[in-house]
Design a protein. Structure first.
Length: 111
């Protein structure tokens, strides 16, 4: 974590080390108001999820064309959906952080 993150609730600077969840999302806790804030994926975890999605799609297509719809398609499709959900959630968190940063700049210019 190179630069401090601002808390969504109170605006204080968060310098604590983030905890990493099993899904790869990082959680930091504000020292002032104890609010837990989620941080988007690092570049390595995001790349790993894209690679997983490609593998799941290839396995799914292999199952459809060569195995004639087997029971293995269900786990591949579920894992694909879970990976896609995490990537969309990451994209939304990134959008929120950029949007909040831009709103903060606009509010400072108005003052």
């Amino acid at each position: 974590m190179n630069e401090p993150i601002q808390c969504i609730q109170c605006g204080a600077s968060i310098t604590s080390k983030p905890k990493v969840r099993l899904s790869g999302f990082r959680i930091v806790t504000c020292e002032v108001c104890k609010y837990e804030q989620m941080i988007p994926f690092s570049r390595g975890i995001k790349s790993a999820y894209y690679i997983l999605i490609i593998i799941f799609v290839v396995l799914f297509l292999r199952g459809i064309f060569f195995d004639h719809i087997s029971f293995a398609l269900v786990p591949y499709s579920l894992l694909f959906l879970i990976s896609a959900y995490f990537l969309f959630k990451n994209k939304y968190l990134t959008y929120q952080l950029k949007n909040r940063h831009l709103n903060h700049i606009v509010q400072n210019k108005k003052k």
